[in-house]
Design a protein around this ligand. Sequence first.
Ligand code: GLC
Length: 722
Amino acid sequence: MDIDALLKEMTLDEKIDQLMQLAAFLFDGASHEGEITGPLSDLGIDSRTIHNSGSVLGGSGAKEIKNIQDAHLKTNRLNIPLLIMADIIHGYKTIFPHNLAISCAFDPKLVEETAAIAAKEAAVSGIHVTFAPMVDLVRDPRWGRVMESTGEDPYLNSELAKAFVKGFQGADIHSSKDSVAACVKHFAAYGAIEAGRDYNTVNMSNRELRELYLPGYKAALEEGALMVMTAFNTVDGKPCSGNKALMRHLLRDEWAFDGVVISDWGAIRELIPHGVAKDEKAAAALAIEAGVDIEMMTSTYVSHLKELLEEGAIEESRIDESVRRILTLKKTLGLFDNPYRFLDEQRAEEVIFSEEHRKVARRAAEDSIVLLENDGILPLSKKDSLALIGPFAESNDLLGPWSWIGDREDVETIKAGIEADDVKALVTQPIKDIHRITEEEINASVELAKASDKVILALGESSDMSGEGGSRSKIELPEAQLDLLKKVSEVNTQIIVVLINGRPLDLTRVVPYARAIVEAWFPGSCGGSAISHVLFGVKNPSAKLTMSFPDSVGQIPVYYNHHNTGRPYDDNNPHNRYVSKFIDGPNKPRYPFGYGLSYTTFEYEDLTLSSQVLTEQTTIDVSVTVKNTGTTPGEEIVQLYIRDHVGEVVRPLKELKAFKKIQLNPNEAKTVMFKVNEQMLRYTHSDLTDYTDPGDFSVFVGTSSEQTLEASFYYQLGSEEN
Ligand code: GLC
């Protein structure tokens, strides 16, 4: 397909219509009738726009998508196929643990494997593009969308962003039938919204934006992600969808990204309530000038670009460049040769939600479960008489937000998972409502607990308590569940709490009553058996937190890679008032980044550096011996952090720079090797350039960001050598 020639043939209307993305139910051929409710009901689009629209949002199942494409091609004068895009965030029909959960496995290969399965199921169903990976760095668990992120560390964010893109796009997006294009989001820094309140303001220096928040997006684009989605928030006072400095000067000019940029849902028209556009026409002008190619679900482009052109407010070249990028993406995906790409109704029946895919989902869930507390009550014995109690005992709400095509009817519940493990003495007391637990349910639960050896209390948040629009000002479990926990503990103290949730929680009123706490997140389609395998020791938990669990909501933001301040709190001098601390609580989170227990124990010793001096040309070999000092085989995620003691700007006390997962049998020891080079030490200076200053560094290796061995080295510039 000759894109230039096609562009020349298109009328101005046809070009502008290509910039429109509408939800599937608006298209001829859609199988389910939807309706536009809420602020978008006055979209003001006509059938011409629908028939000439460039892309579709959503569309479920191969049949519907084939019908929509067929109907479109019958009416589109130049036979330009639709791009079909959808949110395949953590699985299509086989749902994997959400991103914050799977990030705790510290396993890029696992992330790539799950993304590849998601892509396979989506591609065979007719999807061309997924609105993923979401790589927004997060530090505030009040925000509901932390569940979609991969946590608080820029390095891990970047490594997993690359893995997601590799999984989604495969080796060759043009020919790989099990691939979909990746659309990295939300550009930029959506995770830094004030107070964790969704869609809120982001305020930070350009330097911090580049050092902490941009690496994830950049890594995804360097891995070849074909699209970018704008964020709802402002950056430096300008909403992203109209922010020319961010979208054109940084993303397109500095990073040389010439792919398609799509606005998030309604974000262009939201420039009006943001207060940077007086009306839709002004919003359209800002967005096209910023280089936003596709307008999702509002119609300022189709309504006003022509007028703006006639008034000379914008150049036609702006429209042409956007249309060219969209047509080029369609060509890259092979749509001009085959508008259905790899849609195959027959094959979809075979591959979607296959046993093979579910096995991976089960393993991913097992590898994502974090053991937060255990005084030895876990692993359980199948001989124990067990009471499984709580709102998640038999609940199928285990998929979590953004599990769109996933079917709750397919979910393996915790009860089903435990029963499948041949646990005979299991009695359950389900609780219907996670917020309101009846007197009757409490009494029945207490009776059951009384009559059992041990109690598994399955507690948590419902899916709609996190995800988009799910910000919470308090991050504890619902009161009714805390009350249930307390009442049960009065008759049986042998309590294991299993948590189903999408964010770090304040567990202050859970820890005193639980002998063990298992963080299972929203574990996905096969969550029940994964949880059971961990409870009974079939899987020795190995995951580590990628986002700190605050001691209280008042600590937020609390994260491991914080600065020292001029008056650091000193544990050895707790009564010093005039230091950076709270008078009513600790500085440290309850559970820090990198933390997670195992059923065995690991000992670290002999941290050794091959040299105490590093130069630009050299590398330091870092080795440490890790020994399994317990009685159970286990996996350990060995983490390497650095500290730059003196910078041109303040530096974090620790920065994750490498990690390795190792398997050790009881009494087995392994020497784990890392390489440290100058590139790993670079940071963004106040002039926005990245480089390393000469000076003293520490290297830390350990089992969490708080438990490490330390050694030091000096980085010297070439000129200092002698
Ligand atoms: C939503 C989300 C975005 C998603 C889009 C399409 O508002 O912010 O992440 O991809 O709309 O569903």
